[in-house]
Design a binder for this molecule. Structure first.
Ligand SMILES: [Zn+2]
Length: 256
């Protein structure tokens, strides 16, 4: 049985565990493949370097919506990002999206940065990893301007109404440790309703450690706990969840 952690940040310079050791214990636990996801230009570069050094590791390069104000008017940084997108082992663009919860950057800045990353994804024919918080209406409107967008809404806490809209766009749903500790019945109802062929697993390590490991630093190996939880919640076998999510991840990100 194999699982893929489609979203982690173990390459972050401030990750408190040793990334090499964490990768080793993930692989020993059957998590043979993982994606290191960038949130800024510098850590996207680190993610690419880490992926290029390790078998079974790929990189998604992205600029988080929180960072938009620092990037939208900086042509040099944007060009550097564009160049990085063509590097070996880059399999996706993201985290990109909209976050209206914290508003670290204003709406027009976030929109401009999202449109830029959608354009880069089209140029490179890559899928996207979306971070969307309290901004789905604007997100769907922007997406409509781009043909054939492929991708995943990561760390989904959608209810079934939003889930339906995401699925109608042909996007995948990424679920993580949140599902193991949420008290929100609507989120769990949506997690049950995700079609198996649209489901991806992730940890978002070092964040969102699943129950019963709350309080520890999250690692990719913890994706197994979320997989077990979802199998239970959805009335499916762990094997079925593993087979489907692994095949979905390989297909979306074109992993070998
Ligand atoms: Zn993340």
């Amino acid at each position: 049985m194999q699982l893929i952690d489609t979203h982690c940040h173990i390459h972050f310079p401030d990750y408190e565990l040793d990334a090499e050791e964490v990768l080793g214990s993930a692989q020993a636990a059957g998590i043979g493949k993982l994606l290191c996801v960038g949130c800024t230009l510098p850590d996207s570069k680190l993610g690419v370097a880490f992926a290029q050094k390790h078998e079974g590791v790929w990189a998604s390069i992205g600029i988080h919506p929180h960072e938009a104000a620092r990037y939208v008017d900086d042509d040099e940084k944007l060009q550097s990002f564009r160049n990085l997108a063509g590097s070996p082992k880059v399999v996706a663009i993201g985290e990109s999206g909209l976050d209206y919860h914290y508003m670290h950057s204003n709406k027009p800045e976030q929109e401009a940065l999202l449109r830029f990353q959608l354009t880069v994804a089209q140029e490179q024919d890559l899928p996207l990893i979306f971070h969307v918080r309290e901004a789905f209406d604007d997100f769907f409107a922007i997406l409509s301007d781009f043909e054939g967008v492929r991708g995943v809404v990561h760390s989904s806490t959608a209810n079934t109404a939003t889930l339906d809209k995401i699925l109608n766009r042909g996007l995948y749903i990424g679920l993580n440790g949140i599902m193991t500790f949420t008290k929100d019945a609507e989120q769990l109802q949506a997690a049950r309703a995700v079609p198996l062929d649209r489901l991806l697993l992730e940890t978002d390590a070092p964040f969102l450690t699943p129950t019963p490991y709350r309080g520890r630093i999250c690692e990719p190996k913890h994706v197994l706990v979320t997989a077990e939880f979802l199998a239970n919640l959805r009335g499916e076998s762990l094997e079925d969840i593993a087979t489907a999510t692994t095949s979905n991840a390989k297909k979306l990100f074109n992993l070998s």
